[in-house]
Design a protein around this ligand. Structure first.
Ligand SMILES: CC(C)(COP(=O)(O)OP(=O)(O)OC[C@H]1O[C@@H](n2cnc3c(N)ncnc32)[C@H](O)[C@@H]1OP(=O)(O)O)[C@@H](O)C(=O)NCCC(=O)NCCS
Length: 168
């Protein structure tokens, strides 16, 4: 499945947390933060993690159903944590967890959104290029990898179904 010429890397080598204070420019008509703004952060941070793992640019091939668990408000500090859970030939799954706390109070962060993304490493022509395999050292990492393989099977089946429907 993986490329034989590349050395493995652990998820910790590329993981990233980005924190951003939500302000009035990020709100929807209800005054809470737009889901699209959170998705944009999720996609950006996943892209950085995938680029770090693969030493170059990566594009988003799929974003799984994203769960928005709690409204994000102006004045919340959103923390977007992303790490690689699975790597194949040219694609990687990135798991993202967003938490939020308040800018002016030390309160425990609560989870506001979660997502899994498929990022594909690409060359200068935008064609898929090989990525290093993922080195798994903990039981948590092995479990996350196993769950990612299950999600991948479902995604590829869905992709085939959608392609067949589009061609019909
Ligand atoms: C992603 C992209 C580079 C894939 O190119 P492709 O010619 O279809 O290449 P492949 O079919 O060989 O797929 C490459 C890898 O991505 C995986 N992949 C592609 N689509 C996938 C999907 N929907 N779900 C899961 N994996 C997917 C393949 O399984 C393969 O994985 P592997 O190499 O690890 O085995 C191409 O479809 C593309 O450029 N898409 C647009 C990306 C983009 O612009 N994103 C921003 C959104 S606006």
């Amino acid at each position: 499945m993986t490329h034989p010429g590349l050395d493995g890397r652990p998820p910790s080598a590329s993981e990233l947390t980005l924190s951003q204070i939500m302000d009035q420019h990020h709100t929807n008509l209800m005054g809470t933060v737009h889901g699209g703004r959170i998705l944009n952060l999720i996609d950006s941070v996943a892209g950085v993690v995938a680029a770090r793992h693969s030493d170059g640019p990566a594009v988003t091939a799929a974003i799984d159903e994203t769960a928005f668990l709690r409204a994000v408000r102006v004045g919340d500090v959103v923390h977007v944590q992303a790490r690689i859970t699975w790597a194949g030939r040219s694609s990687m799954e990135v798991a993202v967890r967003c938490t939020a706390d308040r800018w002016d109070r030390a309160v425990p962060p609560t989870v506001v959104a979660t997502a899994h993304l498929v990022m594909v490493a690409v060359d200068e022509q935008g064609k898929p290029r090989p990525v290093p395999p993922l080195t798994l050292t903990t039981d948590d990492e092995r479990h996350a990898f196993h769950l990612a393989e299950i999600r991948r099977k479902h995604r590829l089946a869905l992709r085939d179904d959608l392609a067949a429907a589009a061609a019909a």
